[in-house]
Design a protein around this ligand. Structure first.
Ligand code: GTP
Ligand code: MG
Length: 341
């Protein structure tokens, strides 16, 4: 009988380094036992990437461990995460894989540089009824269209945190686009989140879903903040909430990069009675989302059922506005008004 030699620490580390960061559990890191692993997870450090990008002092405080231990864990996470640099050419190649999904309106697409982009998070914020969910319905159908019609022949994942996903709306928009309504619906995987933690768990399932269905090209989170906002009330828990949201957003960005996915998240606005000038509204979640989302769109109602989208933040596109309309047919160009200001 042969007895299996126990693995040396080096062998174990080598095995860990050969895995993708998503495949490594934080408890596999040296010095992280079950207790520290659960403390880390409770503090929102669910995976290697969130740990690799964390601040030692913050980890030490949140997990009630010594700062040197926190530093050691973070260093290991960084190594395991292979936080390597790409050459400019490699980076360019990766950017070449970026694809775009049409919004249904040419003017809106132009504003976004051709549509909603893969490898990016696009956040849409605005008041109730401004059309944030309608854009999600449209994208979930459009992603399935052939390329010449603004799609990617892809499938979609929809994380519904407010119970507002409507199969009938998908079928209606699909019929308008001339594609089979039932098949279109079948190509969307819907996860209803009942709590903020549940929402995080559903996001953690995305790699599984993409591995099973490589056609997935779009992930909708409608809405990003509703459950967090409801669960974390009062200022005492705000830092905790923002920390969790931050981790979640970084997870989404990493998924976008790794699987070439377009991530579309919606967000409500909160009234800002203290603001005297400008638009007295601000997206819930504030700067946290702003720093992670690549594209931020502010949606507002215009005259006669029209909608105005303003591109608030983008790495390479100028700020600007586009007017479009939402009706029973979904999103389309505004009939009379100028297409782009
Ligand atoms: P909240 O989720 O409440 O924050 O709002 P939202 O921004 O997600 O609003 P949503 O995208 O659901 O927009 C709904 C609005 O779209 C309605 O109030 C209508 O003004 C407009 N709309 C126009 N035609 C239709 C239609 O045929 N069906 C639906 N559902 N909405 C339409
Ligand atoms: Mg909505």
């Amino acid at each position: 009988m042969t007895v299996k030699e126990p693995k040396s620490k080096d062998e174990e580390t080598a095995e860990i380094m050969n895995l993708e960061p998503e495949e490594i559990d934080i408890k596999d890191l040296e010095g992280v036992g079950a207790t520290i692993a659960s403390k880390l997870k409770n503090a929102g450090y669910m995976d290697i990437i969130s740990l690799a990008t964390a601040n030692a002092l913050e980890v030490a405080e949140l997990c009630e461990i010594g700062e040197p231990t926190a530093k050691k864990i973070i260093t290991q996470a960084r190594e395991a995460a292979k936080m390597n640099f790409l050459s400019g050419l490699e980076f360019e190649d990766k950017r070449k894989a970026v694809q775009r999904i049409s919004t249904g309106s040419q003017a809106f697409d132009i504003l976004l540089g051709g549509g909603v982009e893969t490898q990016s998070i696009t956040e849409c914020y605005g008041e109730f009824g401004s059309g944030k969910s309608q854009l999600a319905f449209q994208l979930a159908v459009n992603v399935q269209l052939p390329k010449e019609k603004g799609g990617l022949e892809g499938h979609a994942i929809w994380i519904d945190t407010e119970g507002t996903f409507r199969p009938a709306r998908i079928e209606q928009i699909a019929a308008i686009k001339g594609v089979d309504p039932k098949e279109t619906l079948q190509n969307i995987r819907i996860g209803r989140a009942y709590s903020a933690d549940h929402q995080i768990l559903l996001v953690d399932k995305i790699p599984d879903l993409v591995n099973k269905d490589s056609k997935i090209k779009l992930v909708v989170v409608d809405s990003m903040m509703a459950l967090f906002r409801a669960e974390y009330v009062g200022r005492g828990t705000l830092a905790d909430r923002q920390q969790k949201v931050n981790v979640l957003l970084h997870k989404l960005q990493r998924l976008a990069d790794r699987y070439n996915l377009a991530i579309y998240i919606t967000n409500q606005v909160m009234a800002r009675p203290d603001m005297m000038f400008g638009d007295p509204t601000a997206p819930v979640g504030g700067h946290i989302i702003g720093h992670v989302a690549t594209y931020r769109i502010y949606l507002r109602k215009g005259k006669k059922g029209l909608r105005v989208a303003r591109l608030v933040d983008s790495p390479s596109l100028p700020e600007g506005e586009a007017t479009f309309q939402i009706d029973a047919n979904g999103i389309s160009d505004a009939e009379e008004e100028g297409k782009k200001k």
